[in-house]
Ligand binder design. Structure first.
Ligand SMILES: Cc1cc2nc3c(=O)[nH]c(=O)nc-3n(C[C@H](O)[C@H](O)[C@H](O)COP(=O)(O)OP(=O)(O)OC[C@H]3O[C@@H](n4cnc5c(N)ncnc54)[C@H](O)[C@@H]3O)c2cc1C
Length: 661
């Protein structure tokens, strides 16, 4: 059985993998598996990679990370889409979105035929959902008072790659029990069957393990230097192999933040533009076969000039990479994850999601014996080879659909020999039927059918009318969904804050939210039933109060702070409790010791005041001192409640705004 896992490399890949494995297998004193991460202090991390997928929500949650802590520490913002500019015609007004949310009602009916027949004047993403409008307005996907990780539309993040790695290091070491060794691995010691027995470091340590995960980045220390697994270059399909990265300050600290990664096509590549809370991360990725470094730098400077008058003061960092991936990722007792497994241009930010998928797959199928490991390795390799090929098809699709012919780069991208046969087949198929989840796509496909629709129709691809997609009942269902899109836009759009406003609200120091609250008139609180925690937290701040009859602490939702305290699209709020009723959530005596009283003393802008006493919150420090088992029992509830004071503050702001208007 695998009892000790050694991760080599402390970049994002290493820490995500170590963190996900530790979160699952290290349980305090009951630890069944140990996770050790060894990284060199002399070899830095790649330090780029600032866009994630919505999968990151689950990854952070699995590791027990609080969203607001992550946002504060990593300068993170909410990413909802990629916006492609000048990809189709190259003109100034040429742009389209690939949003993270599926088209409205996608699981029930495809809107592609209805859009083509009756809504073609509106861009596809704008017609079938509200996220494109959200991005146009630089809106957040949630309100300040929303529970952590919840949002109205799917979101990933933009993050500072350097800070993210440091944040994960502290979390994995401090909270998840990952053993951290700073040392340079210099040699690999093997058994007769080729398995790795141990690693020797320059500092003289020998690190033994049962499973070795190679997260050593482009060094490929184990998968390449030791096992010499061939690298399958993709440079003849996707030409981009170079990058220039630069950090750009905002004009002022409260500048608006984009909701999407902006990707603006150039003559031999494209420029990414990512808005963090503290700065923008911008870079030009390009094909060194089609443009020189000097020309690429000039294009990047031209892009930046309108916002940064003196671009010469900025420092540009050059990176080179080989586009491609390994012929195998798992060999003997070694798996390559992250840049050591492969890398293709970051057009759809698919690198970190591949790391997350790899770490989850390893965690889910951690071999129970050495005999099982070879089978797991075989399946793993098949799955991930397929995934890489599908990523390549999806990225190449952006180039194949382009109508740009203004440079050799775009013309070369059109050459049939550069287009994988699998993609050519799909394009033929899509001429006659829209991509659908029930079609050819495999559950292992990285991109859902909706993503293919967004790119195809965003770039002007035409699927011929197909009677099977336009049957009356399907058309009626599609029209119903299109009407829902319109309704949601009216209802939701005006109620979401801007990205900057949300980030400021979330990052406001806790002290500024100090309030005194406890009003005990009837109707001011509702008892929360165990099944209703998430839904109630969506609407109201949650606290504990001591029941006057049973003398037990119970979870309650504070009601009535603002006229309009319900979050978007919330269904009817269950009124599960009031004085005297039972069926709530009560605490054990040990859990009660975690509570501390809060008194909310609120002054509204119309000079009215509200004093609410008798409420309790969970003390954060005491919570981290609780035994792992007890903490686990209540983690979700306690973590949700950490946002309660901020939620109160957001409701007061809401009420004050209502009073002002
Ligand atoms: C231009 C560019 C833009 C990108 N944008 C995105 C994006 O938007 N979204 C996205 O998902 N991904 C993006 N990526 C990819 C992303 O940056 C990486 O996938 C991610 O950072 C993971 O890198 P890594 O951990 O595999 O490697 P690295 O960060 O390079 O880490 C390697 C680690 O191995 C250690 N190491 C190496 N040799 C030894 C040794 N001998 N002994 C001990 N330790 C050793 C190093 O110390 C380091 O800790 C981008 C990449 C590039 C090049």
């Amino acid at each position: 059985m695998v009892k000790s896992i050694v991760v080599v490399g402390g970049g994002a890949a290493g820490w995500i993998t170590a963190g996900l494995l530790a979160a699952k297998y290290i349980r305090g004193a009951e630890a069944s598996v140990s996770v050790t991460l060894v990284e060199s202090e002399n070899i830095g991390i790649i330090g780029v990679g600032e866009g994630t997928w919505p999968t990151m929500v689950d990854t952070l949650r699995k590791m027990g990370i609080e969203e607001v802590e992550f946002i504060r520490n990593c300068d993170a913002t909410f990413k909802q889409a990629s916006k492609f500019r000048r990809w189709t015609t190259g003109e100034e007004d040429d742009s389209y979105y690939h949003p993270f949310s599926l088209p409205q009602g996608f699981e029930e009916v495809s809107l592609a035929a209805e859009w083509r027949d009756n809504h073609r004047g509106t861009p596809f993403a704008t017609a079938v959902g509200l996220q494109a409008d959200l991005c146009d307005r630089k809106c957040a996907p949630k309100q300040v008072s929303s529970p952590e990780y919840a949002s109205v539309e799917n979101h990933g993040y933009h993050l500072d790659a350097g800070k993210f790695t440091k944040f994960l290091t502290a979390h994995c070491r401090g909270k998840l029990g990952v053993k951290h060794i700073l040392a340079d691995v210099v040699s690999v010691n093997t058994a007769e069957n080729g398995d790795i027995l141990s690693l020797t470091t320059q500092q003289g340590d020998e690190i033994t393990g049962d499973l070795f995960i190679d997260c050593s980045g482009s060094a490929g220390l184990l998968i390449d230097k030791h096992y010499q697994v061939p690298f399958l270059s993709q440079k003849d399909v996707l030409f981009i192999d170079s990058a220039l990265a630069v950090q750009v300050p905002y004009e002022h600290p409260d500048a608006e933040i984009e909701s999407a990664t902006l990707s603006t096509a150039q003559t031999a590549g494209w420029i990414w533009d990512i808005g963090l809370s503290s700065r923008r991360g911008v870079g030009h990725v390009f094909s060194s076969r089609h443009i020189s470094d000097a020309e690429a730098t000039e294009q990047l400077k031209d892009y930046l000039r309108p916002d940064v008058p003196d671009v010469e003061v900025l420092s540009f960092r050059k990176l080179s990479f080989q586009p491609g991936y390994r012929a195998k990722f798992w060999v003997n007792n070694c798996v390559a994850v992250g840049m050591s497994a492969g890398f293709i241009e970051p057009l759809e930010a698919s690198a970190l999601v591949m790391v997350e998928l790899a770490a989850n797959t390893i965690s889910q199928h951690l071999p129970a014996s050495r005999a099982a490991m070879d089978v797991v390795a075989k399946k793993y390799n098949e799955t991930f080879l397929f995934r890489w090929q599908r990523v390549i098809d999806f990225l190449k699709l952006h180039y194949v659909l382009s109508r740009r012919r203004d440079s050799a780069f775009w013309r070369d991208n059109q050459k049939a020999e550069s287009i994988p046969e699998s993609l050519q087949d799909l394009l033929t198929l899509w001429r006659h039927q829209s991509p659908s989840n029930n079609g050819f796509l495999s559950p292992y496909d990285l991109f859902p059918a909706a993503s293919y629709q967004y790119i195809l129709y965003g770039m002007g691809f035409r699927t011929h009318p197909n009677p099977l997609e336009s049957m009356p009942h399907l058309t009626a269902a599609a029209r119903t969904q299109m009407d829902k899109v319109k309704e949601r836009k009216v209802k939701v759009l005006p109620r979401l804050p801007g990205n900057r406003e949300l980030i400021n609200g979330l990052c406001r120091p806790a002290a500024a939210v100090e309030l005194n609250l406890v009003k005990t008139t009837s109707g001011s609180w509702r008892r929360v039933a165990p099944d209703d925690v998430d839904q109630m937290a969506n609407h109201y701040p949650l606290f504990f109060r001591r029941d006057s009859v049973t003398a037990q602490f119970e979870c309650i939702a504070l009601v009535g702070l603002a006229q309009d305290e319900t979050l978007i699209e919330a269904p009817e709020i269950p009124v599960t409790g009031g004085e005297g009723e039972t069926s709530g959530i009560t605490l054990s005596p040990q859990e009660e010791t975690l509570l501390e009283p809060v008194k909310l003393d609120i002054a509204f802008s119309d000079k009215s005041t509200l004093l609410i006493t008798g409420l309790h919150v969970v003390n954060r420090e005491k919570l981290s001192g609780l035994s792992a088992r007890n903490r686990r029992r209540r983690t979700a509830l306690f973590q949700t409640m950490q946002a309660s004071l901020q939620h109160v503050s957001a409701l007061i702001e809401m009420r004050n705004r209502q009073l002002m208007s």
